[in-house]
Design a protein around this ligand. Structure first.
Ligand SMILES: NC(=O)c1ccc[n+]([C@@H]2O[C@H](COP(=O)([O-])OP(=O)(O)OC[C@H]3O[C@@H](n4cnc5c(N)ncnc54)[C@H](O)[C@@H]3O)[C@@H](O)[C@H]2O)c1
Length: 326
């Protein structure tokens, strides 16, 4: 059994790669290192053997070569650009990378008779919620190009199932946080809340966007899912695809919401440092509340989140401390 991970040099892909190596599967990682890191690949090499191919999904012949060289059974597709604000400024960059890249991958899979894929989707496909918690029947109406690219890819996956019998599990992540202690979150620029608070201090304030939302303390509510729970869901999705051979899609969140202020307070407590806050106006396209209804994934994949937000903040902070020591 050989697994192909696209985007394995990035935050979530590298956590998944580590788990796959630990379980003894053969692994190929394909990544163009646009936002991922070669050091992450080198670190993973100390855990187990795998092939790393530096290539770009935008160039179909580069992904074709992977399928020609290795007998791939299943693909975990993480590779994508994922910064909402950048996608608003440069939508074409997102459509070309995410959508064209995905079509090249799917076409190459079909040509090589690889018929199973697990795809990283996002809560951003739902847009401004009409109700919360958001279940999988919630209308999809993305409010930024990033979310739109992910929705389009989900639609292509339905078409490719009808046309070519390509079976997919789409996992719609809410806010991912934490580290497994070996690899961590190293986006540049970092746009995610937990690492941004943890990297702030008395001198470098944390920027809080909007404190006048209709929530219990005026700040946005989000659903934080721990990276290790998230990866567990991917392995359950893999079992489901192998056993059921059916296309399906699931929200991945805890069904519990925390406000930005609550996350901030918890970060201050865990790090035991004074962090200054700078209140800024609301950002466009930031809904007040985004919380998942996760009944479907619990019922069908048998997944339940085990970690708390406190666990995620602690592991993220430990990873930052460990990286700073080097
Ligand atoms: N981090 C989150 O909270 C979150 C939430 C929802 C969805 N997602 C999705 O999860 C996936 C992984 O996110 P992440 O946080 O690990 O991002 P990341 O930027 O750390 O990793 C993405 C990886 O894909 C690679 N890549 C990008 N375009 C490529 C291309 N054309 N060809 C080959 N490789 C390419 C990058 O070099 C990088 O290593 C993405 O699809 C993202 O949209 C993430």
């Amino acid at each position: 059994m050989t697994i192909l991970i696209t985007g394995g040099a990035g935050y979530i892909g590298s956590h998944c790669a580590l788990e796959i190596l630990k379980r003894g599967f053969k692994l190929v990682i394909f990544d163009n290192l646009s936002t991922g890191h070669l050091e992450t690949i080198e670190k993973l090499k100390t855990i187990g053997e795998f092939d790393f191919i530096q290539g770009d999904l935008k160039n179909k012949e580069e992904i074709d070569e992977v399928f020609n060289k290795f007998k791939i059974d299943i693909v975990f597709h993480f590779a994508s650009y994922s910064q909402v604000n950048e996608s608003i400024k440069e939508p074409q960059k997102y459509y070309i990378n995410n959508v064209l890249g995905a079509i090249n991958l799917f076409d190459s899979m079909i040509e090589n008779k690889v018929k199973k894929i697990i795809f990283s989707s996002t809560a951003a496909i739902y847009g401004e919620p009409i109700y919360v918690p958001i279940d999988e029947n919630h209308p999809t109406n993305p409010i930024n190009p990033y979310g739109e690219t992910k929705l389009q890819i989900e639609k292509y996956l339905d078409e490719y199932d009808k046309l070519y019998n390509l079976k997919s599990v789409r996992l719609r992540y809410f806010n991912v946080a934490g580290s497994n202690g070996f690899v961590g979150e190293e986006h540049n620029p970092e746009t995610h809340l937990v690492p941004n608070i943890l990297k702030a201090s008395k001198d470098v304030p944390f920027c809080l966007f909007g404190n006048d939302y209709d929530t219990k303390d005026g700040t946005c509510v989000r659903d934080y899912i721990d990276i290790e729970d998230l990866i567990e869901a991917h392995l359950l999705a893999y079992d489901y695809l192998k056993k059921e051979n059916k296309t399906n899609f699931f929200n991945l969140g805890t069904s519990k919401g925390d406000t930005t202020k609550e996350v901030f307070d918890l970060c201050q407590k865990i790090t035991n440092k004074k962090i200054n806050i700078e209140i800024k106006p609301r950002r466009d396209g930031d809904p007040a509340i985004l919380v998942a209804d996760n009944k479907k994934v619990q019922e069908i994949l048998g997944w339940t989140p085990k970690k708390t937000l406190k666990n995620s903040i602690k592991s993220a902070y430990n990873y930052i401390l460990m990286s700073n020591k080097k």
